[in-house]
Each structure stands twice: as C-alpha cells, then as structure tokens.
Ligand binder design. Sequence first.
Ligand code: RRO
Length: 314
Amino acid sequence: MATLQATFYGHTFDNPFMNASGVHCMDKTELDELAASASGSFVTKSATADSRDGNPEPRYINLELGSINSMGLPNLGLAYYLEDAIKRQAANPDTPFFLSVASYKGFDEYVSNMKHIQESDYTGLVELNLSCPNVPGKPQMAYDFEDTEKLLNEIFKFYTKPFGVKLPPYFDFMHFDKIADVLNKFDIKFVNCVNSVGNGLYIDEATDTVVIKPKGGFGGIGGEYIKPTALANVRALRQRLNPSIDIIGTGGILTGRDAYEHLLCGASMLQVGTQLHKEGLGVFERLNTELLAILEAKGYTSIADFKGKLATLD
Ligand code: RRO
C-alpha cells in the first residue's frame, strides 16, 4: 500500500496538497474549512500591515484554461492572521501550516511585518510573498535581485524563525541562476514556485473587452495555462538551490498527473489555486485519489521513490 505522506522542513504531512494563498483562506471560517478538508496543510491569504479592500471588481475571472486576477491584496491585516495563527498553533502544535505575509508599500513594510511576527508567539512556518503582481505602480520585489538580497539581509538581522519565499516565474536561465545565487546566501527553509504569471491580458470574445477592471484588464494568470512554466521553475530551482531548501510546487495542478509531474521536478509540497477556486474543497480528495493511483500503477510506495528524479534525454 502506497503512502502520500510528504516530508517538508522536518515535518510530515498526510499528503502534499494545500491551497495556494489567495484561494479559500481569507478568514478564520475558510481556514477552518481547509483544516478540516483532505488537504495536507494550508496557507493564509497574504497579509499586509493594515487590512485592505483590494482592487475594484470584477478582479478574478475563471477562464476555460485557467484564471486571471488582479485582486490587489485584499486581506484582513497581519494582526488578524497572526492572532489566529497563534491560537491554531497552541491548539494543534503538531499540525503545521503556513502564514503568508506580503507588503503593499514595499521594502520597509516587508521588514516591519517580519519584525511583528518575530516579536509574536507564532513560531511556525511563514511564506514571504515576494511576487504579488497586482499592486498598481509597484514592481514585484523578486524581479529585482539586488533589492531581494538587501531585503533578506535586513530580515536575517533579526528574524530567527523558519520562513521561505514565494517567487514569481522566471523565464531565462540567467534569471534562474541569479535568484538561486541570492537565495543560497541565506538560511531560508523553502521556496514556492510559482506565483501567477504576471500581467497577462484576456479578451472576452463576445464583447471585445478585457474581463477584469483593475489595471486596464492586466492580471496574473493561473491554471492550465501556466503548468509548463511552473514545472520549469520548480526543476530549475531544484537544480540550483542548496539541498536544505525545500520547494513548494504551484501552478497548473488540475489532476493527479499534474501533481506527479511537480513532484518529479523536485517539489515537496503542492499548492492548488485556480482549480480549488473552480472545484471547491473536494478537489483535495480527488487529487489524493488520483495521485495515489499513479504511485500504485508505477509500483512506488512513497513520494521519495520518484521526487526530483525527472529523466532527460541525454
Ligand atoms: O492579491 C493579489 O492580487 C494577488 C497576490 Br497578493 C499574489 O501574490 N498573486 C496573485 O495572483 N494575486
């Protein structure tokens, strides 16, 4: 009998599946529902220092092959998620989850948000989102390699708890090399590849208009459209990062086969965004069943049997 148990930063999860931040994780009720679902773990909506309403609607649309969004970091504020996280951790110390933290204002807010967490009683995992594509007028932190290094230097001056970074997709080997060089200088515990493919544009065939209101219709693309890019980023970073840095694979996971491919590329945990939005929490049960069937058909007994073992043709 095969197991889907996932090992990640010294923790063992029942299975590698979790939500991607932004989907079904805005408040305590949604987080409770995730915790009670067949997901192996979960992550909170990326928090900013102050609560935010986000960008004007419509700001998220499901498409045949994925989704487009420009939510603009709507969230209930870091204090809300942190207080809830402290309570959850105290109630279930052996059930780790991820607290996602971002910044709307840039560098200084990233630092002060991490200080806030450092000074709190929360000792669990933090996913530092360096890749929100939807803040009008603000570039993504992780596309600026110098600033990313400066930020991590600043954070490591005071931060002592485990954290990882959520990255945008990169599209050039030079950029894979550069971000890996930066990240390998620090004791980060994981990277998450990838956030949505930033600033795509979808046009409605019936109306000849864009489909979301913010930023003239430009928004982050998720779902089926982005699986090859996501797999490339997981694989390229697995080949370049220190082995102690685990990888969360995110992007285009609709089926057990998609999950299996992310694991082959070297992911240890898997996040589901668009398909969770489309299908609801039942997606986790289905993905578990489909992935387990693949392991059994191939004669594997655990994820360790094939994780990172993608074959090439040379
Ligand atoms: O809230 C958003 O607009 C958003 C965020 Br913070 C993110 O990291 N990725 C995304 O696609 N949307």
